[in-house]
Design a protein around this ligand. Structure first.
Ligand SMILES: *[C@@H]1O[C@H](CO)[C@@H](O)[C@H](O)[C@H]1NC(C)=O
Ligand SMILES: *[C@@H]1O[C@H](CO)[C@@H](O)[C@H](O)[C@H]1NC(C)=O
Length: 520
């Protein structure tokens, strides 16, 4: 933000009188007010710490700001229209900074008051952008009921929407290399914080991170469709969230794709002048070509056509356990080579010959665990199960807790939110993985051994941010991330092969799914 503009904004007086509004707000149903407050807090309109003003003034200021972004009459009063607006389906990214960024983009002309909104740590600061114009992407998974070729086509079209009007270019990363932007569907809580857990149909549809984290998350339980009338149009939401991954904040401009609220496909182009201005202010105009004419929104329904190389007809209905079609939270193996695969609140057992159980609730087998976990490992030394989530850990013998209740593992130097846990047979110790580092644990499981963590470079070829790791009976270690696996030779400490686990590792229990057609 340019300092001059900020000063100018600060100097402009509020247009409406606060005292009057505060009184009318107090007449509201207190329960509705609480809900509205939670909403305003979640979306970055209320900041407890930042202002010394009385609560009622901050509340009506927040409502006023929200009304401004939502193009409602600005009254500062929690009226019916304002309440209704809060229940409309929208993007889960906070509206923080959208006023300020917009004011900057369009000049101080329209600005009425300073957007004195906190910058939420999760969706980093405005002005973040990629420092390259060629970006790769990967679609990690998608709702099972939508045909693969159509979803891939929609993703390609959504990226093209932005590259057609800016200096950006996108390409789909080959499955074996890292991608700048990853698109993933999740259910409920998925470790973005409880406030950002997905909520099923309606409410928050998706959210994404500003650069350069490169991730957009979509609510798997939303009623996604690729048609114009039924359900929630996935293409529109893809295009919006991709906008966030490129660095765009929410736009208050009428009919902007980057407006926080869900937009239908209609006669007008999907990108408004404000969207185009926003992406060009970060990445410039298309190089050496003119800005392509924009198609009317209602044309975006036939996505099979966007994918000339891969236009097989719909794949057959996929079968088999859910983890086979996306990924999992954690995986481990016990002394009988039985796999335990954890996803959300459930786990599956897979016998050595690849026979999969029904999904079981995690908390039913191991009472005292949270609803989902981040990492798990069975010690092949004593057969105990270790579970990790956040800064806590649990140890079970069978289904009996060994430590009575969860331990604060951070105290022993263990990383918070570990990516994966592994029993490493050569050392006969547990190892935790987090980002680019690994931690060898003492026998107690509660303490990191001296001289750790160390860099993952010790394990040549193992990627960062793995989602699981397993010792195999043949002496290799398998690492998992997304739809891929890497096989590490234990003695050479080097990756010797890699591929797609669901289709290439029969013991993963995705045999049924495999016989049904391609998985990823
Ligand atoms: C991008 O521009 C090309 C060339 O004008 C056009 O054929 C294509 O449909 C455009 N794509 C989108 C998503 O608007
Ligand atoms: C595999 O599962 C099927 C049905 O779920 C069962 O009938 C069969 O006995 C199982 N096989 C083994 C070896 O456990």
């Amino acid at each position: 933000m340019v300092a001059g503009i900020r000063l100018l904004l600060r100097a402009l007086p509020l247009l409406l009188c606060c005292c009057l509004d505060a009184q009318s707000a107090q007449r509201q149903d207190p329960e509705l007010s609480l809900e509205a407050e939670a909403f305003l807090e979640k979306y970055g309109y209320l900041d407890e710490q930042a202002s010394k003003a009385p609560a009622s003034t901050r509340f009506s200021n927040a409502i006023r700001e929200f009304q401004w972004v939502s193009q409602l009459p600005i009254s500062g009063v929690l009226d019916q229209a304002t309440l209704r607006q809060m229940t409309r389906p929208r993007c889960g990214v906070a509206d923080t900074d959208s006023h300020a960024t917009w004011a900057e983009r369009t000049g101080a002309l329209f600005a009425r008051q300073q957007a004195k909104m906190r910058r939420k740590k999760r969706f980093a600061k405005q002005g973040n952008k990629w420092y390259k114009q060629h970006l790769s992407y990967r679609l990690v998974n998608w709702p099972e009921h939508l045909p693969e070729s159509a979803v891939r086509g929609a993703v390609r079209a959504a990226f093209q929407l932005w590259s057609n009007v800016s200096g950006l270019e996108f390409w789909e990363a080959p499955a074996t290399s890292p991608a700048d932007i990853r698109l993933t569907f999740f259910q409920g809580d998925h470790n973005d914080g409880l406030g950002n857990a997905f909520d099923g149909p309606g409410g928050a549809l998706a959210h994404a991170f500003l650069p350069r984290r490169g991730e957009a998350h979509f609510d798997l339980e939303e009623r996604w469709s690729l048609s114009r009338r039924r359900g929630r149009n996935l293409f529109v939401v893809l295009a919006h969230e991709i906008g966030h991954t490129l660095g765009l904040t929410h736009s208050p401009a009428p009919r902007a794709l980057m407006a926080p609220y869900y937009k239908r496909l209609g006669r007008d182009a999907l990108l408004s002048w404000d969207d185009v201005l926003a992406v060009q202010s970060l990445y410039g105009k298309p190089l050496g070509r003119s800005v392509a004419a924009q198609l009317p929104g209602k044309l975006f329904t036939d996505f099979e056509a966007w994918n000339p190389h891969n236009s097989q007809s719909r794949r057959p209905e996929t079968k088999g356990p859910k983890y086979c079609h996306s990924s999992f939270d954690a995986i481990t193996m016990d002394g009988q080579s039985r796999l335990y695969i954890f996803k959300g609140s459930q786990f599956w057992e897979v016998t050595a010959d690849g026979n999969v159980s029904e999904p079981h609730p995690i908390q039913k087998r191991w009472a005292g665990l949270p609803p989902n976990i981040e990492a798990a490992a069975v010690s092949l030394e004593d057969g105990d199960f270790y579970f990790f989530k956040g800064s806590r850990c649990w140890r079970f013998w069978g289904n009996k807790p060994v430590w009575g209740f969860s331990q604060l593992c951070r105290a022993g130097g263990l990383p918070r939110h570990p990516d994966a846990a592994l029993f490493f047979p050569p050392l006969r110790h547990l190892v935790l993985f987090k980002g680019a580092r690994y931690y060898v644990l003492a026998r107690s499981g509660l303490q990191v051994e001296p001289y750790y963590p160390r860099s993952l470079r010790d394990w040549a070829g193992v990627p960062e941010e793995v989602s699981g790791a397993l010792p195999r009976p043949d002496g290799s270690i398998i690492f998992f991330r997304d739809d891929h696996y890497w096989r590490l030779d234990q003695t050479k400490l080097r990756v010797t092969s890699s591929g797609r686990w669901a289709t290439e590792l029969p013991w993963m229990g995705c045999w049924y799914a495999n016989s049904g057609g391609a998985l990823f």
